[in-house]
Ligand binder design. Structure first.
Ligand code: MTE
Length: 334
């Protein structure tokens, strides 16, 4: 993200938007099915079919452990847009601990050891402690969430994640009254992560949210994607997904969650505060100092004549999250 002149992908183009009518009709079908309890099955298979159809057989899921989830009914949690192919989602990644090239994580992350794995809960909570991965997997009901992911570099994907709302965990550990922020510390193991130690960022990779953002039902603790556990390059065994913020807010391979009173220092903000703010909400009206954020390239939809998509305020989740920022100057608090 710091590399000059990369404005990644802005010379590429994107395909057409899904017609509004189709979206409305699909939503009607979903609502109809919700009453009968079959929405999950209908939508999950629809999303998987779409994504798998674009994925060459050799790169299809089926290699990792299955992790299915009920289709989420959290408002906004299921976009009707076409899912990105599994191959693109698992081979075009940012995971700087494994290299700065988009292909590096898929090539290098096989060294990551995802078991045993524990997540430490620290700071301003009534119930601090260490959670084993298996206990975290059982803590909430697994759901499939089909989210848009918008990278600050100007590209986007649509990914069917599997996980549960982070708030399920937050409630269990009972934040104290003075807890205002939640910090997410990710693994920094120089033995298995070849780029930890490089100067591109300060390690470990740390991200943070305001407590109310962390408790929003759309904030997802993800353990899987496309019906399987996460591949290492996408942040196994667990990561955050905050769909209305630029992708770098969604830390991968989390080992510590700390509740604080003061706003934590975060990795990209420390590296370049004028480029990467604490909030980093997707906002087409606030340009990155080196490129516009008004449009985006949808990965997998490149074509000679395809147009870029317009980037939406809060990545299209304004109805769900806009209230969190009422009265704030989002040009200053970018
Ligand atoms: N988490 C860690 N630990 N290290 C990283 O380099 N990159 C971020 C985010 N989480 C990153 C990370 C960025 S810039 C993006 S866009 C998303 O992960 C990419 O997630 P994906 O590869 O699953 O699409």
């Amino acid at each position: 993200m710091l590399i000059k002149n990369n404005a990644d992908g802005f010379s590429h183009a994107v395909s057409s938007e899904i017609a509004d009518r189709r979206v409305v009709e699909s939503r009607r079908t979903l609502i109809k099915h919700m009453g009968t309890g079959v929405a999950g099955a209908v939508m999950a298979s629809w999303a998987s079919r779409q994504a798998l159809a674009q994925t060459p057989a050799a790169a299809r899921p089926g290699k990792l452990a299955a992790l299915p989830g009920r289709q989420s009914v959290v408002p906004g949690a299921v976009t009707m847009e076409k899912a990105t192919s599994y191959q693109d989602a698992s081979s075009y990644n940012n995971f700087y601990e494994f290299g700065t090239d988009k292909a590096d994580p898929a090539a290098n992350a096989h060294t990551l050891k995802t078991r045993p794995w524990t997540v430490d809960i620290e700071g301003l909570v009534k119930k601090p402690g260490s959670w084993a991965l298996d206990d975290l997997l059982k803590l909430g009901a697994m759901e499939e969430r089909i989210y848009r992911l918008r990278c600050v570099e100007g590209w986007s994907m649509v990914i069917p994640w599997v996980g549960y709302s982070l708030v399920d965990l937050i409630k269990r550990v009972e934040p104290l009254g003075n807890a205002k922020y939640v910090e997410f510390v990710t693994l920094a193991d120089p033995k298995t992560m070849p780029f930890v130690g490089s100067r591109v960022l300060e390690w470990p990779y740390v991200e943070a949210l305001r407590l109310d953002e962390a408790m929003h039902p759309l904030t997802l603790l993800a353990f899987g994607m496309y019906g399987e556990v996460l591949p290492n390059q996408n942040g196994a065994p667990l990561r955050l997904v905050v769909p209305w913020k630029y992708g770098f807010k969604s830390g991968k391979s989390i080992v510590k969650i700390r509740f604080t009173e003061k706003q934590p220092a975060t990795a990209w903000n420390k590296a370049a505060a004028n480029e990467y703010g604490f909030y980093s909400n997707v906002n087409p009206a606030v340009d990155h100092p080196r490129w516009s954020q008004a449009t985006e390239r949808r990965i997998g939809e490149d074509g000679l004549f395809t147009k870029k998509r317009k980037t939406l305020m809060f990545n299209g989740y304004e109805a769900q999250v806009g209230q969190l920022y009422a009265g704030m100057d989002l040009k200053k608090l970018y």
